[in-house]
Design a protein around this ligand. Structure first.
Ligand code: MRU
Length: 363
């Protein structure tokens, strides 16, 4: 997507052919910074400390991390070591394991002398594939927006609520939940997006709002607790969120707070859609609540908040007493029964084992 008048992906290979450049998301929306990362340890830090984030982008970044390790040491032990170091960075997003398994499975049969070049090539393909998957999600989700728009008065916008950032910053390009929104905007269908701030890290306020502003999508920032109230008043036509892992039974694990939005949507007959590329489906897991590991992040993310001061400094402030402990589960699980549909690259699936099997036969 564009930043100003220049097109960016969130990650790209550097001119040296060995490092990657990434948009460092920690500084947005106040500062647009690009970082160069050239080692597997650097990639692990960038993922763990959320310079890059969002399930699909984490996977692609990790794939490049494996390639960097192969350029240094292409032995089987180094391949396994890179898999381990990168896998432990973020436990919930399944695209990470998917990309690491994909890289290892592809590289293992090759002679070590061929692994580095092949690894960079495959990582680049995974990045390109992500863009294609998201665009296809956009095309499929656009049909739903069109149906809702057709029931509205001419010119009246389709009001969409989204949580966290499942935008182009969470992927290589387009985003998952945002892809239908961007395509609707391109098609001239009026949409308006309610952006949940998404505590504790405020990915909605900092990232989704920045994306929407950058692409001229009308949007309004709301506190996390406002969604239910807006739904009761008929101000939300649909919810679209992303996901970090969706189970074979259709349970959806996503940023903490998603479940509450799904409950409010069900109580108010607001359709609740989840947009996802197939690498986000964990076919080995059925019951999301019982089986998905939930990342527990630092309590500092709850007690301290980043922002820009009146003097223009990007700074952190404490919002709770020094001695008050804070808990920070980063994700929750929305049961399949609360999900209206899963918008995938192949079409909109029912959130159930049968629905996913019908969309992805053979899995
Ligand atoms: O912890 P993050 O910022 O990496 O989490 C990302 C999310 O949870 C997003 O909500 C998104 O829906 C999943 S990635 C498309």
């Amino acid at each position: 997507m564009n930043v100003g008048d220049r097109h960016y992906r969130t990650i790209w290979l550097s001119d040296d052919g060995r490092s990657v450049e990434i948009i460092d998301q920690r500084w947005l929306p106040h500062d647009f910074r690009v970082e160069k990362v050239g080692t597997v340890a650097g990639i692990a830090t960038a993922i763990r400390d959320m310079w890059v984030r969002g399930a699909p982008l984490i996977g692609v970044t990790a794939a490049y991390g494996v390639a960097m390790q192969m350029a240094k040491d292409a032995s089987d032990a180094a391949l396994d070591g890179a898999w381990e170091i990168l896998h432990e960075t973020r436990p919930t997003a399944i695209n990470l394991r998917w990309a690491l398994d994909e890289m290892r499975g592809f590289l293992r049969p090759l002679p070590s002398g061929q692994r580095a070049e092949a690894a960079y090539r495959r990582a680049g393909e995974i990045a390109d594939e992500d863009v294609g998957l998201n665009r296809a999600i956009g095309v499929n989700g656009l049909e739903i927006i069109k149906e809702i728009a057709a029931r509205k008065r001419p010119g009246e916008p389709v009001n969409i609520l989204t949580h966290c950032n499942a935008g182009w910053l969470a992927t290589v390009d387009y985003g998952t939940a945002t892809a239908p929104i961007y395509l609707a905007t391109e098609a001239g269908i009026p949409v308006h997006v309610y952006v949940d701030e998404t505590r504790p890290r405020n990915q909605g306020a900092q990232l989704t709002a920045w994306e929407m502003a950058g692409h001229g999508v009308p949007h309004t920032l709301i506190v996390d607790n406002a969604g239910g109230h807006l739904m009761q008043r008929g101000q939300i036509d649909m919810v679209i969120v992303g996901t970090d892992r969706t189970t074979a039974d259709g349970d959806v694990c996503n940023k903490i707070g998603t479940y509450l939005k799904a409950l409010a949507a069900a109580d108010n007959d607001v359709p609740f859609y989840v947009a996802l590329p197939s690498p986000t489906i964990d076919w080995t897991v059925g019951d999301g609540l019982a089986e998905i590991p939930i990342e527990q992040r630092s309590s500092d993310e709850v007690s301290l908040v980043w922002g820009k001061t009146a003097s223009g400094e990007i700074a952190q402030v404490r919002i709770s007493p020094e001695t008050t402990p804070a808990a920070n589960p980063a994700f929750d699980v929305t049961p399949a029964r609360l999900v209206t549909g899963l918008i995938t690259e192949r079409g909109v699936a029912r959130a159930s084992r049968d629905g996913l099997k019908a969309m992805f036969p053979g899995r």
